[in-house]
Design a binder for this molecule. Structure first.
Ligand code: E4P
Length: 218
């Protein structure tokens, strides 16, 4: 399963990329708004592309299909690794098909049901992003739609990759792995939680304390 980092924060991106922990980046307008400051978003996308080797999702903000296509074309010109992200609306699906036909990869976002995911696949999406945590927030078992989409895509031979999104904790990541999601996008906090275990910390502490009693160098 590919791991993407869900952020537009360049410090976090550099940290994860230099440790070879990630296969790509996803962003959304809220993430850009929280870290862009005075900088031009296009410049940020370019810097992200130059930092991480892999797909970089950049989202349109137009709500009509023509506007999304125009923005998508501009975003796609920034770098060959840009994946244009469009919302799962009727206009978003029209834009998805048009951009796909021009050779641009599209990530269809804000997916909350399996039937939406079917339509995204039929529109030629490269990725579908089901939002697990936001479904959990409103009393659903968000991961169930990831499992359903996996079942439907496999049964009908649909090649769109499932990108489990809105993941809030390591358990979500494990469940996505067990279901067979193709990718998962994680906020930085969850990425680092994946490598932490209290027994690793206490075990290391103990090894170092014991080693100190030897009073030698390696
Ligand atoms: C995915 O592409 C979205 O950017 C993201 O996963 C949304 O997560 P949130 O529900 O925690 O905002």
């Amino acid at each position: 399963m590919k791991i993407f980092l869900d952020t537009a924060d360049l410090d976090e991106i550099r940290r994860a990329a230099s440790a070879n922990l990630i296969d790509g980046i996803t962003t959304n307008p809220s993430l850009l708004a929280s870290s862009a400051g005075e900088r031009d978003p296009q410049e940020i996308f370019l810097e992200i592309c130059e930092t991480v080797e892999g797909p970089i999702s950049a989202e349109v903000v137009a709500v009509d299909a023509d506007g999304m296509v125009a923005e998508g074309r501009r975003l796609a010109k920034i770098h060959p690794n840009i994946v244009v992200k469009v919302p799962l609306t009727e206009d978003g699906l029209r834009a998805c098909r048009e951009l796909r036909d021009e050779g641009t990869r599209v990530n269809v976002t804000l997916c909350f049901s399996t039937t939406q995911a079917l339509l995204a696949a039929k529109a030629g999406a490269t990725y579908i992003s089901p939002f697990v945590g936001r479904l959990d927030d409103v009393g659903h078992e968000g991961m169930e739609i990831v499992a359903e989409i996996r079942q439907v895509y496999d049964r009908y031979g649909l090649e769109t990759e499932i990108l489990a999104a809105s993941l809030r904790h390591p358990r979500h990541v494990l469940e996505a792995l067990l279901i067979g999601a193709d990718c998962a996008t994680l906020p930085p906090k969850v990425l680092y939680q994946l490598m932490k275990h209290p027994h690793t910390d206490s075990g290391l502490e103990r090894f170092l304390a014991d080693w100190k009693t030897l009073n030698r160098e390696l």
